[in-house]
Ligand binder design. Structure first.
Ligand code: NAP
Length: 345
């Protein structure tokens, strides 16, 4: 199997560290370049990075000298985990220089010629790449994005319901982990003994991204799904794992058994980072819980529980995903595996 050389933009951050961890023994990708801010550039990764994951910094990246976030980088593609303030310009520069850019940032997610991918749900949206290259004059490079980390928790069960019954409207309340804010993130004085009812810029993203992901690709464009989402987003005192409390109205008649079956049977893919179960539905009344369920499927499974008929909406349920794995680096790696399998990388 060919090994592709990858660069990480934002390599020293919370998501950048996940990339280093997930790619340590990856059969298709090998990290050959790491880039971050001027604060880090010029230092070995082990010195530039305040490693916050269990275990030590992977041996294969310790001595890589961190560079500025500019091409050329010694790699075939880049994963980007840059803050959105710098991502828009930098990612375009890399795509223009010929690199496939697989991004976690919000900068390009809603651009009409940029795929917003959850590999299991809308792999056909990679068809937008051709239009993107034509629109933007990219000869070889392109930009593909993965969704907001909170959206990743509830878009999969919604996709299962949308395919079978059609989704009409959704109310979602997210309880998002501290690591979702990057490092050092929220001040401990704000989050200890507390629930924080505001995450800057989050609710608008959570209200629009699922409709694009569940949209239909035809004639070189995405037609967004036509349901509405109302969202409230909270930061909670949990290290990793975003939880979403969801209420949903469906377009067609349904049964509770049919709803559960639609979620349970939503197929996973056969790629290296694919979990055995894309969506796991638990009947255990006290689950899902971030501490107990975020690592299901090595952090790539969406765990759903407490699926019931609702007094006002048709159904309610709770969905959980690991925000830095399925919600960020893990999804980006899976997207890259998908792009390789389709011959686009
Ligand atoms: P983070 O921990 O703050 O890391 C940010 C990274 O970007 C660091 O490597 C930092 O380098 C680099 N950086 C910051 N400003 C820069 C600049 N002006 N020029 C060049 N490099 C710069 O943030 P994060 O949580 O990893 O998030 C990164 C991106 O992923 C964000 O867009 C975020 O919204 C998105 N995301 C995060 C999560 C999550 O769960 N955390 C989930 C999904 C998506 P230095 O160390 O040198 O400062």
């Amino acid at each position: 199997m060919r090994k592709y050389r990858v660069g990480i933009l934002g390599a020293t951050g919370t998501v950048g560290q996940r990339f280093a961890q997930l790619l340590e023994n990856h059969p298709q990708f090998e990290i050959t370049a790491m880039a971050a801010s001027d604060r880090s550039a010029g230092k070995p990764y082990s010195e530039a990075c305040a490693w916050k994951l269990p275990g030590t910094i992977p041996e294969n990246v310790r001595d890589i000298i961190v560079t500025p976030i500019e091409p050329p980088l010694d790699c075939d593609l880049v994963f980007s985990s840059l803050p959105s303030s710098v991502a828009r310009e930098t990612e375009e520069t890399f795509a223009r220089a010929g690199y496939p850019v697989i991004s976690n940032s919000s900068s390009y997610r809603m651009d009409e010629d940029v795929p917003l991918l959850i590999a299991e749900i809308n792999p056909d949206h990679v068809g937008l790449i051709e239009k993107q290259r034509a629109n933007r004059g990219f000869a070889k490079g392109f930009i593909v994005t993965n969704p907001n980390c909170a959206v990743v928790s509830f878009a999969p069960p919604l996709a299962a319901l949308h395919r079978k019954y059609g989704v009409e409207e959704v109310i979602v309340t997210t309880m998002q982990a501290i690591s979702g804010a990057g490092y050092p993130g929220v001040a401990s004085m704000d989050i200890m003994d507390n629930v924080f009812p505001y995450i800057a810029g989050e609710e608008p993203k959570v209200e629009i991204e699922a409709q694009k992901i569940l949209g239909t690709f035809a004639n070189g464009a995405i037609e967004n799904a036509d349901f509405t989402v109302s969202a409230q987003c909270f930061r909670v005192n949990v290290l990793d794992g975003h939880t979403a409390s969801v209420r949903v109205n469906l377009k067609e008649n349904s049964t509770l058994e049919g709803v559960v079956e639609a979620m349970r049977s939503f197929p996973s893919l056969d790629l290296h980072s694919s979990p055995k179960n894309f969506i796991e539905v638990t009947d255990e009344p006290t689950r899902p819980q971030p501490r107990l369920d975020r690592d299901n499927g090595d952090g790539m499974t969406i765990t759903v529980g407490r699926v019931f008929p609702d007094n006002i909406y048709d159904y309610r349920f709770v969905a959980l995903s690991h925000n830095t794995v399925r919600g960020a680096a893990g999804s980006a790696v899976l997207n890259a595996e998908l792009l390789v399998s389709k011959g686009l990388i």
